[in-house]
Design a protein around this ligand. Structure first.
Ligand code: B12
Length: 431
């Protein structure tokens, strides 16, 4: 089998305060998997400076894959147009992947992509590279067994790319990176694209190898970015204990439905310094409207359990969900005022395709009290700004935006006011 030269492109997010905080783990997984079969893989930013318009000379590569989130679709179009219009000696294969490919497939079909990959990209990408792919659109979902067999993501090999991403947290401002304890989510929230997707958990033995590399690279703080981590105490225990043994502090995402005092003790005892959780709304009516399967009381209790143990809490809240009124927004504001949350992020619901709400609205469902006025972009922006693309029977999109800005102005949460620290020099033990 010919060894191919493969380029994986990461797109920039100039609408964020800094897009150099969390590394694109999806590309790291793909590069490690494809590299294992002997192909020469590079990961690069298409644009070193997000304002740049012209991509570099990539004529050397046989296959170019681009990872796309919906707010990055224009950048992806720029790339595909330039690559398709360039003269090269060989036929380059151009592949689109990532969440945008999964949910906005028909838009990408209109463009010049040779392949569009939906879901887990590891096997389809290798099939494309090695000439086995037969369809233009390929879907893939790894089983737990296949997920177990994936190689440990090789942060050291791709360090030149990954080292652009770092942040710090903890009282002693530790160098931090991200880690994935699993994929998928069993919950059925109707605003989320990732709802009811199969769960695959990272085996602890593989996690240990990842932690070895992460520590070798000089990190001693980890943000566990997936939605799954704190759903089951039995699953969390081995990870949490391993992190404690290594003196790695961590942040993770939590869920009010599954939090108990025992669970909170485990987090506190093993070095968890911050938990983010999706409260969504302080109104039970709204939580029921979006099938959150959580009560407002459970959310207050969650914050209380964390406060008691001095774990910082960041609440993720949204307004502009189906059925929103001034009264329901007041309940969300009450939560901000009274729950004791240390920080919050207040965004306006952005109905991406692939969410049950958006898909049902597109099918003409009249029972959902929401109107999408224009196509979705990003739900939070640089310098705490936002926009509203939705309205409800009670509130116009302008009123939703005004309410969102009023609350952010009034409570000035760290998430919307402090700009990200961007350490320009990063000490690593790896030379
Ligand atoms: C962590 C995370 C973030 C982090 C880090 C993002 C990053 N640098 O990777 C932060 C906080 C920065 C973030 C920001 C945003 N995010 Co986000 N994020 C996630 C989250 C929770 C996990 C992503 C992840 O790492 N998964 C694990 C890796 C291994 O999987 P993966 O990235 O999906 O990659 C696999 C496949 O997608 C595929 N693949 C990916 N790229 C490619 C490329 C090719 C060529 C191929 C073949 C395959 C392929 O193969 C990969 C390996 O299996 C997901 C939800 C979820 N559970 O997936 C949302 C999610 C991706 N985010 C989402 C959104 C909306 C945003 C924001 C727009 C929010 C905002 N500001 O308004 C921003 C946009 C940032 C941007 N870059 O444009 C949406 C995307 C929706 C969409 N249609 O694009 C998701 C799906 C959440 C949701 N349920 O709605 N996000």
């Amino acid at each position: 089998m010919d060894k191919k030269k493969v380029l994986l492109i990461s797109l920039r997010s100039p609408f964020l305060d800094s897009d150099r905080v969390y590394p694109p783990l999806g590309l790291l997984y793909l590069a490690t998997y494809v590299g294992q079969s002997g192909h020469e893989v590079d990961i690069e930013d298409a644009f070193e400076n997000p304002q740049e318009q012209i991509i570099k000379d990539y004529s050397d590569y046989d296959v170019i894959g681009v990872s796309i989130m919906t707010p990055q679709k224009e950048q992806a179009q720029k790339i595909i147009n330039q690559l398709k219009n360039r003269e090269t000696d060989k036929k380059q294969i151009l592949v689109a992947g990532g969440p945008h490919a999964q949910f906005y497939t028909s838009e990408l079909e209109e463009e010049n992509w040779d392949y569009i990959v939906k879901g887990d990209g590891e096997k389809p990408l290798l099939d494309i590279i090695e000439g086995r792919a037969t369809e233009r659109i390929i879907s893939s979902n790894l089983t737990q067994e296949e997920y177990n067999k994936l190689p440990v993501p090789n942060r050291i090999k791709f360090w030149n790319f990954l080292k652009k991403y770092t942040h710090t947290f903890g009282n002693d401002k530790r160098n931090a990176t991200t880690f994935l304890s699993g994929k998928g989510c069993p919950m059925g929230c109707t605003f989320c694209e990732n709802a009811r997707t199969p769960i695959r958990q990272t085996p602890i033995e593989k996690a240990k190898k990842e932690f070895d590399e992460i520590q070798r690279l000089g990190f001693n703080a980890i943000y566990i970015i997936d939605d799954l981590f704190t759903i089951s105490i039995d699953n969390v225990k081995p990870f949490a204990e391993e992190l404690k043994k290594r003196d790695i502090i961590y942040k993770c995402n939590g869920h009010a439905k599954f939090m108990t005092p025992e669970f909170a003790d485990l987090l506190a005892d093993t070095g968890c310094v911050e938990v983010g959780f999706g409260v969504e709304s302080g109104s039970q009516k709204i939580l029921d409207n979006v099938n959150k399967q959580t009560t407002v009381e459970q959310c207050y209790e969650f914050v209380r359990l964390m406060n008691e143990r001095e774990i910082r809490v960041k609440s993720f809240l949204m307004i502009g969900l189906p059925g929103e009124t001034y009264e329901t927004i007041e309940k969300t504001e009450k939560f901000i005022r009274e729950s004791g949350t240390d920080d919050f992020q207040l965004t306006i619901y952005t109905p991406y395709k692939g969410t049950a709400i958006r898909d049902n609205l597109d099918k003409g469902c009249k029972e959902i009290d929401l109107v999408v006025e224009k196509e979705a972009f990003a739900h939070f922006r640089t310098k705490g700004k936002s926009e509203s693309v939705v309205r409800t029977n009670a509130l116009s999109s302008e009123q939703i935006l005004q309410e969102r800005n009023r609350i952010v102005e009034k409570y000035k949460p760290a998430s919307h006011t402090k700009s990200r620290e961007d350490p320009s020099f990063f000490n690593t033990s790896l030379k």
